[in-house]
Structure formats: C-alpha cells, structure tokens
Design a protein around this ligand. Structure first.
Ligand SMILES: Cc1cc2nc3c(=O)[nH]c(=O)nc-3n(C[C@H](O)[C@H](O)[C@H](O)COP(=O)(O)OP(=O)(O)OC[C@H]3O[C@@H](n4cnc5c(N)ncnc54)[C@H](O)[C@@H]3O)c2cc1C
Length: 384
C-alpha cells in the first residue's frame, strides 16, 4: 500500500490523469526540490522554471483552446497537488496564472483579448497577476476603493492593491475596480504610465513567491482593455472559486511531503533504544496524518467530478478549501514537532510547508470566511 494514498485514489484516475500526475511529479523531484530551500531562504521566485512549467502544459491547463491543454478538472487538481508537494509558491504561481489571470480573460474577455493574451500566457511568455485585495481589508472586496471613471473612450483607474501574487514579475494584471455601474475588470499591461508594483519584503511565508503591492495613479486604460463580459463582484469571485478548487488539491501535496519525510525520519531516529516509529504515540500521530490526507483526497476527487459535470457550487469549494488547508497546516505543524530541533531547520521540509500554509489558509478567503460561507448555506443567514 502507498502510505500517501491509502484508499488507492490512483486507481480512480484515468490513464491520462496518471500521466499528468507522473510528469509533474518528475518535474518537482528533478527541478523544484533541489533548489527550493535556497529560494525560500533568499526570498527568490524561481522564474527559471516558468518555461518548464509551460512546456508541460501546466499554465491554463484546464482551459479549452488558445493553446491550452484542455485537461480534466481532476488533472488540474493533480497538477496543483504535485507542485505543492514541492512548495506552495510554485502552486501559487500556477494558480494565479491559470485561474486568476488566464481564466477571467478566457471567461469574460473579448475574442481579441483572448487571441492577444492566452496563447502567450500558456507558453509562459507573459505572466499575469490578479488585483482584488486592497490594503484596508481583503475579506470584504465589495468595499472596493480602487475606482475607474470614464475619460472619453478610455478609463482612468486610481487606487491600490495589496498582497498580490506575481505583482513584481507580471507582464499584465487583471485588475478589479469600482465604476458607476459596479465592479469591472481591466487588463493593465506592465509599463502603463501611473501603474507601479513593489515587492513586499520581510515575509516569513511563501518566500519563494513574489508578493507585491500595486499602485494606480490615474492609469489610462482603453475600453478595449476592459473585460466586456464581467459585471459585478461575481466576476472576481468566480475566478476565486477556480483557484480555491486548486488550493484544496494543492495542500494535500504539502501534507504528503511532510508525512513522507516523517515516516522516513521516525524509522531511523533511535531514542530509548528503539526507533521512534515503534512508539505508540508516534504511530497515532502518523495515523492521524494519514486520516487527514485520505479524507482530503476523497473530498477533492468528488469535487473534481462535480466540477467536470458543471455542478460545482462555491460553498462546496469553501468547505474543501477550509477542510484541506486546516488538515495540511495541522500535519505540517505536528511534523515539525516530531522532528525535534531538526524541525526548525530549512533542511527539513515541514517548517517551510508550515510557514507557507499560514498564507494558504489566509489567502483566497480566510478559514473564518469559508466557515461563514458554509454557515450561510446551512442557516440561510449571512453573518458577513
Ligand atoms: C502571500 C499572499 C498572497 C496573496 N495573493 C493575492 C493575490 O494574488 N490577489 C489578491 O487579490 N489577493 C491576494 N492575497 C490577499 C488575500 O486574499 C487576503 O489576505 C485575504 O482575503 C484576507 O484579507 P486581509 O488580509 O485583508 O484580512 P482581513 O480581511 O482584514 O481579515 C482579518 C481577520 O478578520 C477575520 N474576519 C474578516 N471578516 C470577518 C467576519 N465577518 N467575521 C469574523 N471574522 C472576520 C479574518 O478571518 C481574518 O482573521 C494574498 C495574500 C497573501 C498572504
């Protein structure tokens, strides 16, 4: 039995999905794991891997047409899982590129916008970011202070965005702004006068990811750069549903990386004259991790089926994002503890995953916000 797949989920995958999983796993083993510790320690996004991610078809992988691979939702989830087994930063990059930058152009863009951006984004030649969160509070995006007002045939955008993944490495931003007709989405290219990005330093989490702030000072954007079919908050929220689906899969990879390392470590570390793994207390803790990983796996497998059948509801994604992030962060924290002092060293993966997961449990809707979304579904009352 595979200790990381106790219920043999692998047998529920199609041959194509297995091939996708294996090819991403090989990339992570060969290219991500050897450099990720250095990237994390030096707060460096490994941009050199982008062409390799693109060559495997991992950018916009589940989108149809425009040079995208058109894979199943389950295959898209497996991509996230394997990447996050390496590091949440890589999965975050692919999530933002695919679900938060390419998806809105694919779903709400004009034909000209799709032709102009999507093939190049799929090839990794253009990097995207998604500007929704603002400094005054991300959980309440309806209270948007970035404004877009008409100026002749153009728009003028002013405001700021905070905590934006890829901000400083992006060639374009799908930026959300409030207009007199409600929230609208705009594609802003790097170098547009008045549009600047700065990296957020001193992070203890997702240090191998670029995270920045965006500033918009009367940025002139032509009407042709507005996403014509996005109207209201449901535009950005639908993108977040896509990305949260990927997170629910991705964090399983982080938990698997921790459990794999712990199984090996506890088998070889001898204390009180026997390997750690022969202690009941250690076995219970490892079993608890396997229970968490297995239930998370069952959850996302069904989520993928619902998504491919077009039946996915945002509240189901909320529950899965909450459940699986909580599971993964608990696994990472307990793994860190069972490594003793070694657990605080970057030479072992759990503390890196643990710190990364502090972001993952917060971004794209905090744990509390997702709990409240489920509560609203159960009671019919919105508490937020
Ligand atoms: C590394 C990283 C990358 C990110 N990348 C992006 C990105 O690419 N694009 C983007 O737009 N955003 C991004 N974000 C922002 C992220 O989505 C927000 O941080 C998140 O939505 C929470 O917003 P906030 O940080 O402003 O916290 P706040 O909204 O200020 O929340 C603070 C606390 O209050 C709690 N809270 C909020 N409302 C309620 C309520 N009604 N009842 C009870 N408790 C409540 C929250 O759960 C939280 O604990 C990123 C964040 C991080 C850390």
């Amino acid at each position: 039995m595979n200790p990381l797949d106790l219920f043999d989920l692998r047998s529920a995958l199609t041959e194509d999905e297995q091939l996708v999983q294996d090819s991403v796993a090989r990339l992570v083993d060969a290219r991500v794991l050897p450099l990720i510790q250095e990237c994390f320690e030096h707060h460096r996004f490994p941009k050199e891997l982008v062409p390799e991610l693109a060559a495997l078809g991992l950018l916009g992988a589940t989108l149809e047409g425009y040079g995208c691979a058109g894979l199943s939702s389950t295959a898209g989830g497996l991509i996230c899982q394997e990447l996050e087994r390496g590091d949440s930063a890589l999965r975050s990059f692919v999530s933002v590129q695919s679900s938060l930058a390419m998806f809105p152009i694919w779903a709400y863009g004009s034909e000209a916008q799709k032709q102009q951006y999507l093939p190049r984004m799929a090839r990794g030649e253009l990097i995207g970011c998604f500007g929704l969160t603002e400094p005054h509070g991300g959980s309440d995006p309806a209270n948007m202070k970035t404004k877009a007002r008409r100026s002749g045939g153009d728009w003028l955008l002013s405001g700021s965005k905070m905590w934006i993944t890829n901000a400083t490495i992006a060639d374009l931003c799908v930026c959300w702004a409030d207009t007199e007709d409600g929230i609208r989405g705009f594609i802003i290219e790097k170098g547009t006068p008045g549009f600047t990005a700065s990296e957020i330093e001193h992070k203890f989490s997702l240090r191998a990811s670029a995270t920045g702030a965006l500033f918009l000072d009367n940025v002139r954007v032509p009407e042709s750069q507005r996403l014509p079919d996005a109207a209201g908050l449901k535009g950005p929220l639908s993108c977040l549903t896509q990305a949260r689906y990927g997170i629910a899969w991705g964090v399983i990879g982080a938990a698997q990386a921790c459990l794999a390392q712990l199984i090996e470590y506890t088998a070889t570390r001898e204390l009180f004259g026997r390997p750690l793994s022969k202690n009941q207390a250690i076995q219970v803790r490892l079993a608890e991790m396997a229970r968490g990983i297995t239930t998370a796996q069952m959850l996302v497998l069904q989520l993928g089926k619902l998504k491919d059948a077009g039946k996915l509801q945002p509240v189901q994604v909320s529950l899965a994002k909450w459940h699986n992030c909580r599971m993964a962060i608990d696994v990472a924290r307990d793994s860190r503890d069972m490594l003793g002092a070694s657990g605080i060293s970057a030479e072992f993966a759990p503390i890196r995953h643990m710190l990364n997961l502090e972001s993952v449990i917060t971004y794209e809707g905090t744990e509390t916000v997702h709990q409240l979304a489920v509560g609203r579904e159960l009671t019919g009352h919105s508490a937020y």
